[in-house]
Design a protein around this ligand. Structure first.
Ligand code: AMP
Length: 434
């Protein structure tokens, strides 16, 4: 395949050249479906998770429109506005757009809270082509008259379901109220609960609907397994698992910030380089932890759900759910940190007896039964135990299974020792150049 695939979508040469440099040989499904409609000016409702290539799906058409007959933006205005729920995601989107637009002469600003506002205000003063922002700080700067939205021609709402979960929906509506009616709107969400559907129908105008098919969602490409373990044995099991050399870039998830700190400390004490990332850390500390992890100086990042949302780090080899999330959708988001854009990955859950109900919710949502890597479900949950015994017997043929979690030896290529499944986007570049 060549970049004529991207060319056939109607993209201009400077963008095609950058895609070639980035080694994007073939558009992902959401890019193939969305880009022609977006280039023609339609609104879009995209149902897709992070990792599907959605940033380029909306970013490339916006860049192309803005580059076409570009007029300088007015002071304190922007032409494109992209809203994201977290600062990490905002920074990543901005970085991606900077890369994709590197051959175009466009100005960009990224706006998020938790840091001083002066550099952001300075960046807006002359006016910009693109603003990527989290809603709270954006409203703050708008209220202080550092930015007006009356020049916006392109609006993207990313991860709308997460905006809702994080309580940003009112802020989002306040922002939308300031936008010109005549604009192109792109709306992305991994899930479509009623409130999100309502918001979508309020802000979109006759949108094209693009849903990335289940086969291409990361969950199917991830080798998933579970260890049944007592809560008090989780630390020693985690250390044992992480000592395996294959686990060279692992994200460990906890439910709370406090636990994230404790787990990271415990790992450091055991001689495993680890850092924690969560909402109580300063923006600088979070960025530093991400950088050290990205460049391989720390091999384990311990994260809470919100802090990890939207993290786009290439080559995450494993995701370990030290604690299972009590919201099943979060499991899907968590394990999506591995298996980015076509790569396959490994996800391991450590499930104590109090978490077995969460596990059942997860399996119901993903329509998959996780393979047992070690331990047995607690006896007080007979329904689950019976179901498990069945799946465990099946698994025995494929993998080494031992009944006590502490005696498990995680296999280097993943807990199952199986080869990764076929990839959906084989032959594609899987990493974005830093
Ligand atoms: P996203 O879902 O936008 O966060 O993209 C996930 C990852 O896929 C990022 O690291 C992108 O650089 C990468 N990516 C996006 N589109 C492509 C493509 N067509 N070929 C290869 N990698 C891609």
């Amino acid at each position: 395949m060549t970049t004529t695939d991207f060319g056939a979508l109607g993209l201009i040469e400077p963008l095609l050249r950058t895609l070639r440099d980035e080694n994007y040989t073939q558009p992902t499904p959401i890019q193939t479906e969305a880009i022609p409609h977006l280039l023609s000016g339609r609104d879009l409702l995209g149902i897709a998770q992070t990792g599907t290539g959605k940033t380029a799906a909306f970013g490339l058409p916006i860049l192309q429109h803005l580059a076409d007959g570009r007029q300088k933006p007015q002071p304190k205005t922007t032409k494109a506005l992209i809203l994201a729920p977290t600062r990490e995601l905002a920074i990543q989107i901005a970085q991606a757009l900077r890369t994709y637009g590197s051959r175009l002469d466009l100005r960009q600003a990224v706006i998020y809270g938790g840091v001083g506002q002066k550099p952001q205000v300075d960046a807006l003063r002359r006016g910009v082509d693109i603003v990527v922002a989290t809603p709270g700080r954006l409203l703050d700067l708008m209220n202080q008259r550092h930015l007006r939205l009356d020049g916006v021609t392109h609006f993207v709402l990313d991860e709308a379901d997460r905006m809702l979960d994080m309580g940003f929906i009112h802020d989002v509506r306040k922002v939308v109220a300031q936008l010109p009616k005549d604009r192109q709107t792109m709306f992305f969400s991994a899930t479509m609960p009623n409130a999100v559907t309502g918001l979508a129908s309020d802000i979109l105008n006759d949108p094209v609907r693009v849903e990335v098919t289940p086969q291409s969602t990361p969950v199917d490409r991830i080798d998933q397994s579970v260890y049944f373990v007592e809560a008090s044995d989780k630390n020693s099991l985690l250390t044992k698992i992480l000592r395996e050399p294959a686990f060279n870039k692992t994200i460990v998830f906890t439910r709370t910030k406090h636990r994230a700190n404790r787990v990271a400390l415990q790992l450091e004490k055991s001689g495993i380089s680890a850092d924690a990332i969560h909402g109580n850390k300063s923006q600088a500390a979070r960025q530093k932890a991400l950088k050290e992890f990205t460049n391989g100086r720390t091999s384990v990042l311990v994260a809470t759900d919100i802090a990890a949302r939207g993290i786009d780090i290439d080559d995450v080899t494993h995701v370990i759910n030290y604690e299972l999330p009590n919201v099943a959708e979060d499991y899907v988001h968590r394990i999506g940190r591995t298996a980015r854009a076509g790569a396959s990955g490994v996800a391991i859950a450590l499930c104590d007896p109090s978490e077995q109900a969460y596990l059942r919710d997860i399996e119901k949502l993903t329509k998959q039964t996780l393979t047992i890597a070690g331990g047995e479900p607690a006896e007080h949950d007979p329904a689950n135990a019976n179901q498990r015994r069945g799946s465990n017997n099946q698994a025995r043929g494929q993998r080494h299974h031992s009944p006590k979690p502490t005696s498990n030896k995680p296999n280097g290529s993943g807990p199952s020792g199986r080869r990764p499944k076929n990839r959906k986007f084989r032959g594609q570049k899987q990493n974005r150049a830093a």
